[in-house]
Design a protein around this ligand. Structure first.
Ligand code: SAH
Length: 357
């Protein structure tokens, strides 16, 4: 049987595994506690059981991975999936609160004009196993327990709300006390802003932290840079955000990537502050991460500070999110974009530390 035909264990709830009691705890301990993805290494399980598990399940949704380390300590991972497509994750080991950024898709259909993933187009949705597998693979490569990773953001490739079934399933496995036991407060879903899907998440959970990629407070500017803005007006997004806040009690984050001369005017900061009044909100200003072919330029440091000050003056909690690992191609989607024309891929699952990408 090929690996692709095996059921991907990382995408299953503990209740769905054909084991119970003590043996199940042992298996979960190996996978989620120790990050072991090779059944033959699970030596506390009887050899016959290891054989049965290996015949029916796989913990390897990837054919290969490559790691690119940045000087600031972050590591970007490019995964080759079993069908040869590629996706990526970024591990950011901040002291005390390491964060893993995962992808929900190969490419992305949202096609935001300033985003490198958007320029690639849409490949396919990832399965829950491919999402959870990113965490297991990164933990394995870093030599840490998967359960020690406490913060995760869906801010890699893809629009998670357009792959809601698999993202929800993956998130529930992340939160499952017998799997990874993460806290919903520490799992952030970042969306381009799809009101009906936000309401769906609000109604049926899980109640993750929500980040909304607003990027402009006025329709003409937003429509210019975000194609989905034509179908989903800002007012509808904000009203869905407000409903989400009411249902979950969570503060909502708004992402705002600053594009020089496009969305960084004083009046836009003022209008943004106006729009967010009434919500418990937080604005994350993101300096544009330029990529080869990017049609926009980043706002200057002075311009960024000015935009930040205007928001702060109007009582909006605001911070700057500086992307880490610029020299490693840190803009969302850049690794896979740069790697796309290459026919070769890493073999096996030992990461190659390559800076050639
Ligand atoms: N589809 C989701 C996740 C995207 S990536 C969403 O739209 O939110 C996470 C954030 O990075 C989004 O706010 C996205 O708009 C932003 N982003 C993507 N490419 C960027 C770039 N080159 N520079 C700055 N921000 C970027």
């Amino acid at each position: 049987m090929s690996a692709a035909a095996l059921r991907q264990l990382a995408g299953l709830f503990p209740e769905e595994l054909p084991l119970g009691g003590y043996r199940l705890e042992q298996l979960l301990g190996w996978v989620y506690g120790r990050g072991v993805t090779d059944f033959s290494q699970m030596h506390t399980l009887p050899a016959s059981l290891r054989g049965e598990l290996a015949a029916a399940f796989s913990l390897q949704p990837f054919a290969g991975l490559q790691r690119v380390d940045a000087e600031d300590g972050s590591s970007r991972y490019l995964f080759t999936l079993l069908d040869g497509q590629r996706t990526e994750a970024v591990y950011m080991p901040y002291a005390g609160h390491s964060t893993l950024c995962v992808s929900s898709m190969v490419g992305c259909p949202a096609a935001c004009r300033f985003c490198a993933t958007g320029a690639m187009g849409f490949g396919r949705n990832l399965s829950a196993a491919e999402v959870v597998g990113q965490l297991l693979a990164v933990a394995g490569d870093q030599g840490i327990s998967p359960r020690s990773l406490r913060n995760l953001v869906f801010m890699g490739m893809g629009e998670p709300l357009l792959n809601l079934a698999q993202v929800r399933r993956a998130a529930e496995i992340l939160l499952h006390p017998r799997a990874l036991g993460m806290s919903a407060r520490r799992v952030t879903l970042s969306t381009v802003g799809l009101p009906a899907k936000i309401l769906a998440l609000s109604a049926s959970g899980p109640h993750l932290r929500l980040a909304i990629s607003l990027h402009a407070p006025d329709e003409p500017t937003r429509q210019r840079i975000i194609p989905t803005a034509h179908a989903h007006p800002i007012a509808e997004i904000l009203s869905a955000a407000s409903a989400y806040q009411e249902a979950t009690g969570r503060r909502i984050s708004f992402e705002y990537s600053l594009l020089r001369g496009v969305n960084d005017h004083d009046w836009q900061a003022d209008l943004l502050a106006e729009l967010l009044r009434g919500l418990i909100a937080h604005v994350n200003l993101i300096p544009l991460n330029p990529w080869p072919g990017s049609p926009y330029r980043a706002t200057s440091e002075a311009g960024l500070q000015r935009f930040l000050d205007r928001l702060a003056l109007r009582g909006i909690p605001v911070s700057v999110r500086r992307s880490r690992g610029r020299e490693a191609g840190a803009a969302c989607g850049q690794l896979a974009l740069a790697a796309a024309p290459r026919a070769d891929s890493a073999r096996g699952l030992s990461a190659q530390n390559s800076s050639r990408l």
